[in-house]
Design a protein around this ligand. Sequence first.
Ligand SMILES: Nc1ncnc2c1ncn2[C@@H]1O[C@H](COP(=O)(O)OP(=O)(O)OP(=O)(O)O)[C@@H](O)[C@H]1O
Ligand SMILES: [Mg+2]
Length: 276
Amino acid sequence: MSAFLSVDAISKTFTVGKQTLSALGRISIEIERTEFVAVLGPSGCGKSTLLQIIAGLIPPTSGRVMLDGKAVTAPPRDMVYLFQQYNKSLFPWRTVLDNVAFPLEIQGNSSGRSVRQRCLEYIAMVGLSGSEDQYPWQLSGGMQQRAAIARALAAEPSVLLMDEPFSAVDALTKLELQTLLLDIWAKHRLTVVLVTHDVDEAVFMADRVAMLSARPSTIASVTDIALPRPRDTIATRESASFLSLRHGLLDTLLKKDRPGPTPDEVRVTMDGAAHG
Ligand SMILES: Nc1ncnc2c1ncn2[C@@H]1O[C@H](COP(=O)(O)OP(=O)(O)OP(=O)(O)O)[C@@H](O)[C@H]1O
Ligand SMILES: [Mg+2]
């Protein structure tokens, strides 16, 4: 039996004028229901392209994506996509409540609760109660991204796709949002694909990390992240297993840019003595 979300031999070539650019080589990965998979890779390797293909937003050149046994040829109803640029994805002329309600206006609301009740529930979940009547431009960046998360969740998807969702918020807010997202993921039993350039974030959040190679990208490695859950913002990051996983992934990502240690490499201590 195939996995819940299956990326099967996907390739993507872009044609611009007379030039063609091969972004994705041949990418396959099977993702189980409720699994949290992070995708890491060098800038420009095709991470966003891959996520957009999984979302049914752009077609692959070859290969196919299957969700729960059905081919993805258009954005599936139970899949949502969280963009990095919350300031471009929220409607400035709508309040927080009306932004969160937007997908329900398109999809309809068959949940049995009123749209307002349903939206207020998700606004509360992301810690924005009291701000529902404010406009996005009246909120901080972190609050805007919380509103975007509430809007994504209000659609009650089974799959959440995120493209560098925390890269535009400050460092502290990023840590808070990572933990918030993990809580929501566990509570709602979501299947998540997170694209990030942040090794620390990938190891902290994911069950597995898929590393893409440079263009045309293929999957260079898939690493199991067997860290216990629930994960703690500080303690998990200080654990030996976390540091070892982070080390391995960073090493792979940076390898192309720096020479590895040679056998005759020496370590020089503060007193100037050389050690083999
Ligand atoms: N619509 C498009 N038309 C032509 N080329 C494109 C298009 N979209 C992406 N590309 C090219 O495909 C390659 C991969 O782009 P993509 O945005 O997927 O990379 P990425 O891994 O997400 O990069 P980053 O880490 O910087 O966000 C790039 O060389 C980009 O220029
Ligand atoms: Mg990208």
